[in-house]
Design a protein around this ligand. Structure first.
Ligand SMILES: [Zn+2]
Length: 66
């Protein structure tokens, strides 16, 4: 379960509700409701299953054009 980091939105999404992609600053999904970028980290389980975990902020410092 992911929670949109836009505090005025705060919508919750299942992984299947969102599209995770790399826009050059790391993996992220855009909130389907407000469009905010939410960064995730990719993990692989022992069985090869891919899991995504939401990050608190951004993977690297620096300005990102909104
Ligand atoms: Zn949102």
């Amino acid at each position: 379960m992911f929670t949109c980091r836009n505090q005025s939105c705060g919508a919750q999404w299942e992984q299947s509700d969102v599209i995770i992609k790399n826009e050059g600053q790391g993996l992220l999904f855009r909130c389907p409701l407000c469009g905010a970028r939410n960064y995730v980290e990719r993990f692989e389980g022992d069985d090869g299953a891919v899991l995504y975990e939401q990050m608190d902020g951004r993977p690297s410092p620096g300005p990102i054009a909104e």
